[in-house]
Structure formats: structure tokens, C-alpha cells
Design a protein around this ligand. Structure first.
Ligand code: CUA
Length: 172
């Protein structure tokens, strides 16, 4: 007879078969995740770069005057933003189309998320960590930058404006 260890919890052979399939799938997927985490250094977009969320205004990078879009020597842009209940600061960001963009964001209070529908920009903003996303916006227009982690009563109203404009510099 069967030496199937699942026979103690389940009588039906067909049910046992499906139980095995789902168990094996779970292990395979867990294994794939573990493999890529180790082999390709995949990790959440926090970059394991920490910051004191209660003292953002005193930090060099996330002080109010230093937020916004900055150009880098190689033509790319760095956007520095703070997420706080209930908004993203600065509330309006303008970037040229087809330009590499690095978004660096920190939360001043609780867990937020940032998501721009129709683009690949989405990340959690975990208090205590700097979230970094590298992307490029390939369409011009006005986009909403939304919070996609429930952060309190004002969560539904937490959004700001991302405007992607024609690339005036050209060739960048
Ligand atoms: Cu911030 Cu939801």
C-alpha cells in the first residue's frame, strides 16, 4: 500500500495528489525566490540604506530646501521626495521624457507606498529606510503619484502630480 505521509490527514488519493502538487509548487517557488535573493542580490527597494525618519528635516538630503529634481553630471536626474501623512513633497514634480531618473524617497512618519499608474514606478516607503527606484518615463503627460499603502484616514487623498514634459535638452 501507499507510504504517502499525507495519508494520515487525507483519505482521498486524488486530494492527496493535489496536496502534493501544491506543496511541491510552494517549495519550488520558495526555492526560486531564495535562489534569486542570494544569486542576484534581489531585495526590497530600501537599498538597506537607513535614515532617521524623525529627523529628515535635519538631514542634508531630505531637508525641505533640498527636495525636488536635480540633474546629475551624466544627464540623468535624481528626484528627492519625502512621503508624509498625507502627501508627497514636493507636491509637483516635473521631469523630461526619456531621461533616466532615480527616485529617492523617505517617509517622515509611517509606511507609505508610491505608485505611478501606467509606469513601472512603484515602491514601498518604509520609515527608517531610503527607497530608491531607477526608471525612465517614456510618455509625456500628467501622471498621479499615488500612495498605495494604507497609512491612515487621509490615505485616499495622498497623492501628488508628476508631469513628464518634452525633452528640451534633446539627445539626453
Ligand atoms: Cu500614504 Cu497611504
Amino acid at each position: 500500500m501507499s507510504i504517502d505521509p499525507l495519508r494520515y490527514i487525507c483519505e482521498d488519493p486524488l486530494e492527496r495528489k493535489w496536496a502534493w502538487i501544491s506543496l511541491i509548487l510552494a517549495f519550488v517557488m520558495g526555492g526560486v525566490l531564495g535562489f534569486y535573493a542570494l544569486a542576484s542580490n534581489l531585495h526590497p527597494p530600501s537599498n538597506v540604506e537607513t535614515i532617521d525618519s524623525s529627523r529628515l528635516h535635519l538631514s542634508e538630503e531630505f531637508a525641505e530646501d533640498n527636495l525636488g529634481v536635480k540633474s546629475n553630471a551624466d544627464g540623468s536626474l535624481t528626484i528627492t521626495m519625502v512621503a508624509a501623512r498625507y502627501g508627497f513633497y514636493p507636491p509637483r514634480i516635473e521631469v523630461p521624457v526619456n531621461t533616466p531618473v532615480t527616485l529617492r524617497m523617505a517617509s517622515a512618519d509611517v509606511l507609505h507606498g508610491v505608485h505611478v499608474p501606467g509606469t513601472n514606478m512603484t515602491t514601498m516607503v518604509v520609515p527608517g529606510y531610503i527607497s530608491e527606484v531607477n526608471t525612465m518615463f517614456t510618455r509625456t503627460g500628467e501622471f498621479s503619484l499615488l500612495c498605495n499603502e494604507f497609512c491612515g484616514l487621509g490615505h485616499d487623498h495622498m497623492w501628488s502630480r508628476l508631469v513628464v514634459v518634452e525633452n528640451s535638452a534633446g539627445g539626453q
